[in-house]
Design a protein around this ligand. Structure first.
Ligand code: SF4
Length: 590
């Protein structure tokens, strides 16, 4: 017990000065390893004997043709592609021994169809049994009973454990490439959208209460006897029901008191759990510890509830014990708890627009952090574009230059705006109003004064900057000082990027105002339609699953479903949907 107290106290003490939860990450990784290990052990009992994709049975084909005399999207897919996947492509997910697994190519297609139609696992298993168009696409006999719905969930777990989720999209892209619908070095565009995690957004009090409930509920299953001999009777009342705002105390002091009580209870539970020979390896206890590190600290043998200015930043803050990776973020008027989906698609006039890459990140990851990973992923698929149309958030000077130098990709997108008040006010002297002499290392201001100090500095992320300062005396006497600096007494200072990036930045800003840029950039807007299609028809903005890995799998499946729908439209020569004009707006064009 003493050793466990020391262990916990040490880490909670550490957290009172820093929220870095390195030990927690390591332990969590250990637990994840165990989970994967369990999955692999289970995998040994499922074997795969790959079979070639057979023809559609005669009776199935006859009934399907009779049911859909004018055709059907799934019949078209089968006739045009025969199959998207084969069993052998999924062989690494299965053993050679043990109980025979369901055909993975069929499981993969059913998983895609689920997202094409928004079906649950049970509904998908029922559709496989009852729908003739599904049977035709999957080449099944009319009498085929399908499989139990639970097989789908297990297949998704296998895909993630085997890191094969990207393969679902990449294999389809290879088929499209073989048909000449896809080529490298064309035009592509990327944009992102917010994705709500499959959890409730909890306030801090609900979070600690629910984390405690989660730990107790888990231990009640994994170690019921151990738990029952320890917990006081009042815990059953306190942690039995869900923690919901409506049930919580209304006054601030009562809420603080409850938060402290929960903190002490959680601390006690961890003391029991981390004692030698106890249940310390239970994942729920580890989650409890990670949340307590973020919400409480220990000082002089007492536990304290952190003030709101002493909690982790959004990038690290856990918001629910049920999804540790979901993060809270805000973009303009949109606030959400979860993830971001980044879709990259082709946009060429003579080919269908196909989604060729999907990234899923935590919601707090900035778009510009994803540009290079996207280019690297496209390079690995041999699908790098010649021109990449990107929103402002994805573009900075490093990305402009690195994309060209490392990947031969021309990034077309507006660069981040100058956020200094001088640039924003419209009449102030921003950096573009000054003349920089790079050889002499000096700057001349709009009033003809020459800078006094030129030095090296760094920005918040450690990138090099040039720092320049003018003479105090000349700035004080300047008649246009109000347009130049807001300092009461001090001189004007400037900070800008080193010469190559600075000149690139100025070039990029000027480029945005040219008609040629506007004409080329206009095509980027089309990705909004894809995101709208993904959201309205395929549930892109709402995660069905817990955690980033499964949410990413969902996004891949949606991308495959959208691509298949577009392929069928292309085969059937359905014109691309144009941007709708309202009746009133159309009146203006008459
Ligand atoms: S305030 Fe200083 S730097 Fe700015 S215009 Fe006047 S003299 Fe030049």
């Amino acid at each position: 017990m003493i050793a466990a107290a020391r262990f916990l106290k040490h880490h909670l003490h550490q957290a009172s000065t820093t929220v870095n939860d390195t030990v927690g990450e390591l332990m969590f990784a250990f637990l994840q390893y165990n989970w994967l290990h369990l999955l692999l052990v289970e995998e040994v009992s499922m074997s795969l004997h790959p079979k070639p994709v057979s023809r559609v049975p005669e009776a199935t084909a006859r009934v399907a043709r009779a049911a859909f005399p004018k055709g059907n999207a799934y019949l078209t897919l089968r006739d045009e592609l025969e199959t998207i996947y084969t069993d052998s492509q999924f062989a690494p997910l299965f053993s050679h021994r043990g109980q025979s697994a369901e055909s993975p190519w069929r499981l993969a297609v059913v998983t895609v169809l689920q997202f094409a139609e928004g079906l649950s696992d049970r509904q998908a298993a029922d559709a496989l049994r009852s729908r003739i168009d599904w049977k035709y696409l999957l080449g099944l006999e009319l009498e085929d009973p399908g499989f139990n719905f639970s097989v789908l969930s297990e297949f998704r777990d296998r895909l993630i454990a085997g890191q094969m989720e990207q393969k679902l999209l990449n294999l389809l892209l290879e088929r499209f490439r073989g048909r000449g619908l896809l080529r490298a070095r064309g035009k592509q565009r990327t944009d992102s959208t917010h994705v709500q995690a499959a959890i409730r957004n909890l306030n801090r009090l609900e979070l600690v209460g629910e984390t405690m409930r989660h730990a107790l509920n888990t231990l009640a299953v994994s170690a019921p006897a151990w738990l029952k001999t320890r917990v006081p009777s009042e815990w059953y009342e306190r942690y039995g029901p869900r923690f919901e705002q409506s049930r919580l105390p209304k006054t601030e002091s009562e809420r603080d008191q409850l938060a402290l009580q929960i903190g002490q209870d959680g601390w006690q539970l961890m003391l029991w759990a981390y004692a030698p020979e106890a249940v310390q390896k239970d994942a729920a206890v580890e989650i409890l510890r990670r949340v307590w590190v973020q919400q409480y600290y220990i000082q002089e043998e007492a536990i304290f509830w952190r003030k709101s200015d002493n909690v982790p930043p959004s990038e690290r803050a856990i918001h629910s014990p049920y999804d540790l990776e979901a993060r809270f973020s805000q973009k303009r008027q949109t606030e959400w708890l979860g993830y971001k989906a980044h879709l990259t698609e082709t946009c060429e006039d003579d080919r269908p627009n196909l989604i060729i890459h999907v990234e899923t990140t935590q919601s707090t990851v900035q778009d510009e952090q994803v540009t290079d990973p996207i280019h690297q992923a496209l390079a690995a698929k041999d699908l790098l574009p010649k021109e990449h149309l990107l929103d402002r958030g994805y573009v900075d000077t490093n990305i402009l230059s690195d994309s060209q130098e490392q990947h031969g990709v021309e990034v077309i997108g507006p660069i981040k705006v100058d956020t200094t008040w001088q640039a924003q006010s419209g009449k102030g002297f921003d950096v573009s109003c000054f003349t920089i002499d790079w050889e002499q290392l000096r700057v001349t201001c709009p009033r003809g004064q020459v800078s006094q100090v030129w030095g090296d500095s760094k920005d918040r992320t450690g990138n090099p900057r040039i720092y320049v300062r003018f003479a105090k005396k000349s700035c004080r006497a300047c008649p246009v000082r109000a347009d130049c600096t807001r300092s009461a007494e001090g001189p004007r200072t400037l900070s800008f990027k080193p010469r190559p990036q600075y000149e690139l930045l100025q070039w990029a800003r000027q480029r945005e105002h040219t008609q040629e840029f506007k004409d080329r950039y206009a095509k980027r807007a089309g990705i909004e339609g894809t995101i709208s299609q993904g959201t309205r028809s395929f549930g892109l903005r709402r995660s069905r699953y817990i955690g980033q890995a499964k949410t990413h799998l969902q996004h891949i499946l949606i991308a495959v479903a959208i691509n298949l729908a577009r392929f069928v439209d292309w085969i059937n020569q359905v014109p691309r949907a144009a941007t709708r004009t309202s009746a009133f707006a159309a009146l203006a064009q008459v």
